[in-house]
Design a protein around this ligand. Structure first.
Ligand code: KIV
Length: 282
């Protein structure tokens, strides 16, 4: 039985019942098929694909035109998951109008259920406008990778009382502006707990401790498929790089030694056709 479509009311129901919400990033069709099968509630097509898939040093080079085809592919593989398109750098900062137009592309061209954008008090006007345009928004506070330059690197946030208070205040502002959910990245569990206790919307943690309503990881991190660096909050469930490398080395060796291809990998000619061909060729 295919599961029912995951909706905002279904996510709120999980929150109310104290059931944890599962969330994972995804960037392509075959992985989406697996995440759908595994029953992931929310799939985020994150602009992290700039680093994990495209090999950039940050998420800043990612554009809407890069995000859209990846998001469409994920939707094709995961028809019932709640799908969120991540608004890339400069797709919502220039003006509210541009933000609505770009968020609308995620909904209209890629079949998203919502969009995500980074920031607190500085983006409440955008969150309000998108909500008014019937585009659900997930906020994103704490470590916000698009502000890499201002934060001075991929560093944990909210570790002083003042910084933590700013995160807590921003979460309230986002909720008041209409955000249906908020993602908290790389903040101490104490901060995650306070934000969660005060929230009326699902708070999802990526490195914000166990008290939040749900958890997110980047799929390449948890599979061990991205080894440039691994944040402290990542649980590595396997080292898929090791497995893939072993297979690739075996493939190279098989070709070099003639162990591949074998007869079962070859097509057969119809009976008598080979002889006929040799005759034709003289
Ligand atoms: O792009 C992404 O995958 C994200 C996560 C880091 C939260 O925004």
């Amino acid at each position: 039985m295919p599961r029912e479509k995951v909706t905002i009311p279904a996510l709120y129901e999980k929150m109310r019942k104290g059931q944890k919400i599962t969330m994972l990033t995804c960037y392509d069709y075959p992985t989406a098929l697996l995440e759908e099968k595994a029953g992931i509630d929310i799939i985020l097509v994150g602009d992290s694909l700039g680093m994990t898939v495209l090999g950039y040093d940050s998420t800043l080079p990612v554009t809407m035109d890069i995000m859209i085809p990846h998001t469409q592919a994920v939707r094709r593989g995961a028809p019932t998951a709640f799908l969120i398109g991540d608004m890339p750098y400069m797709s919502y900062q220039v003006s509210v109008e541009e933000a609505v137009r770009n968020a609308g592309r995620f909904m209209q061209e890629a079949g998203c259920d919502a969009v995500k954008l980074e920031g607190g008090s500085n983006v409440v006007d955008v969150v309000r406008a998108l909500t008014k345009a019937t585009i659900p928004v997930m906020g994103h506070l704490g470590l916000t990778p698009q502000s890499l330059s201002m934060l001075g690197g991929f560093k944990s946030q909210g570790r002083s009382a003042d910084a933590a208070k700013k995160v807590i205040d921003d979460a309230k502002l986002l909720e008041e502006a209409g955000a249906f959910s908020i993602l908290l990245e790389a903040v101490p569990p104490e901060v995650g707990k306070i934000v969660t206790e005060r929230a009326n919307v699902p708070i999802i943690s990526i490195g914000a401790g166990p008290h939040c309503h749900g958890q997110l990881l980047i799929i390449h991190d948890m599979l061990g498929f991205f080894d440039r660096f691994t944040p402290k909050f990542v649980k590595k469930y396997c080292n898929i790089n090791e497995i893939i490398l072993k297979v690739l080395e075996e493939y190279v060796k098989d070709i070099e030694t003639g162990a591949f291809p074998e007869p079962q990998h070859c097509y057969t000619m119809k009976a008598g056709e080979h002889e006929k061909l040799l005759e034709l060729l003289g």
